[in-house]
Design a protein around this ligand. Structure first.
Ligand code: SF4
Length: 246
């Protein structure tokens, strides 16, 4: 399918999507072009996978199997496939990249510096993400405004100039209460770690439970001081600015 220029359409689509319910938002996204939803198996993403599966929407569901996920997250992939009768495509990092990273920084070098952490996320997440999005025109995400201050202005539709994609965030305006109600109503399987104090779940060595009253994403890369820390999937960093393992 030819790449479409969506750069001028995001604002119009944003207003259109705001008027729709979740299923209709996803259905509209699927009609715009080749659509890929990348799931982290977090609770928001489980809601989107459920909506795609229940409505049998033509959207490719993919996940980045970084090699450092919690066992509970890995188990949830198969459970979700079975529950919604769909397949979730796994994208894994290149072994050569992992070896090069380990040689330069050490396997767990991400604790030592922001540079090493970004390099690990680049190898285990950003490069596989680029593969998952190859040929896609629409990228669907589970970003929600309430997840962090950093995401407070998340639109329903935005143009990702770095990837020349239209990014659709169909849960942008959902509250956590709405998410929980949907999960209950549709019997959506969720990661058991959520009930153990992990509202946001990433790789095992980089995620810990939060204390009552802490922001939802406080348990991610907790040792870093930057309040806006992210893995780079949803912040536009020039590839050349991301330190590369040798
Ligand atoms: Fe590596 Fe941690 Fe990023 Fe996962 S979250 S890719 S383990 S630095």
């Amino acid at each position: 399918m030819e790449q479409t220029d969506f750069s001028g359409r995001a604002a119009q689509l944003d207003a259109q999507l705001a008027e729709l319910d979740l299923t209709d938002r996803l259905a509209l996204a699927s009609r715009l072009g080749n659509a890929v939803f990348t799931t982290s198996l977090g609770i928001e993403d489980q809601v989107i996978t459920a909506a795609i599966g229940l409505a049998r929407l033509p959207i490719n569901v993919s996940t980045l199997e970084t090699g450092r996920l919690f066992a509970e997250t890995v188990a949830l992939i198969a459970e979700t496939e079975e529950r919604f009768d769909l397949s979730i495509k796994r994208y894994v990092p290149e072994q050569g990249d992992i070896d090069a990273y380990a040689a330069q920084y050490g396997l767990n070098g991400f604790y030592e510096s922001v540079e090493a952490r970004h390099a690990c996320c680049h190898v285990r997440k950003l490069k596989p993400l680029a593969k998952a999005l190859e040929g896609a025109q629409i990228w669907i995400t589970g970003l929600r405004r309430g997840q962090s201050g950093n995401r407070a202005t998340t639109p329903f539709a935005e143009y990702d100039a770095d990837r020349n994609l239209l990014k659709i965030n169909p849960l942008a305006d959902w509250s956590l209460d709405q998410i929980n109600a949907y999960v209950e109503r549709e019997a959506v399987p969720v990661n058991p770690l959520h009930a153990r104090g992990y509202p946001s779940i990433g790789c095992e060595p980089c995620t810990r439970a939060i204390k009552p009253g802490e922001p939802e994403r406080a348990g991610r890369w907790w040792w870093e001081n930057d309040e806006k820390r992210e893995c780079g999937l949803h912040v536009h960093e020039a590839a050349s600015a991301i330190p590369q393992p040798a």
